[in-house]
Design a protein around this ligand. Structure first.
Ligand code: SF4
Length: 159
């Protein structure tokens, strides 16, 4: 069975070590804008949520890509083929959770690829706020609920 990154926002201390670990894993740089995980923090209420691609079964990014640059890996991650991608950013627009982004420095579309089954964010999170678990119906439901809540919060802040 495929595995997913499961979240426990109540354990997240907003240290952003996951962002640094992710950017170093992918681009050998400690640069949060190159990270596939983003920590959203609401200091006033003491809430922080690490957020990344949900690896949706019927992924909008895969459907909308005009050149078929996003495919599912054997680890269950939707992966962008950099050689095929034409950087039209349709996938960014299509993702309902905003979990696919564009890094202007490396000029790449970036999204979580599960680090080929050994996620750096999981290894380096000091609080076990991100874990790598079997993608059961229950873990998927919980992760989607966090994502929906997160989207709601972002919309409220933007209003
Ligand atoms: S930016 Fe690249 S990966 Fe995204 S939809 Fe366009 S071609 Fe596909």
């Amino acid at each position: 069975m495929a595995k997913i990154l499961a979240l426990a926002p109540e354990k997240c201390s907003s240290c952003r070590t996951c962002e640094l670990a992710c950017s170093f894993q992918h681009d050998q740089e400690f640069r949060p804008t190159a990270s596939r995980v983003a920590v959203f923090a609401w200091e006033l209420v003491g809430v922080s949520v690490p957020m990344m691609c949900l690896q949706c079964d019927s992924a909008a990014c895969v459907k909308v890509c005009p050149v078929g640059a996003i495919t599912k890996s054997d680890k269950g991650a939707m992966v962008v083929n950099e050689n095929r991608c034409i950087k039209c950013k349709m996938c960014l627009i299509a993702c309902p959770f905003g979990n696919t982004t564009y890094d202007g420095i490396s000029e790449k579309i970036i999204k979580c690829d599960l680090c080929q089954g050994d996620p750096a964010c999981v290894k380096f999170c000091p609080n076990e706020a991100i874990t790598y678990k079997e993608a059961t119906a229950a873990t998927m439901k919980k992760k989607k609920a966090y994502a929906a809540k997160f989207k709601e919060l972002v919309q409220e802040v933007g209003e």
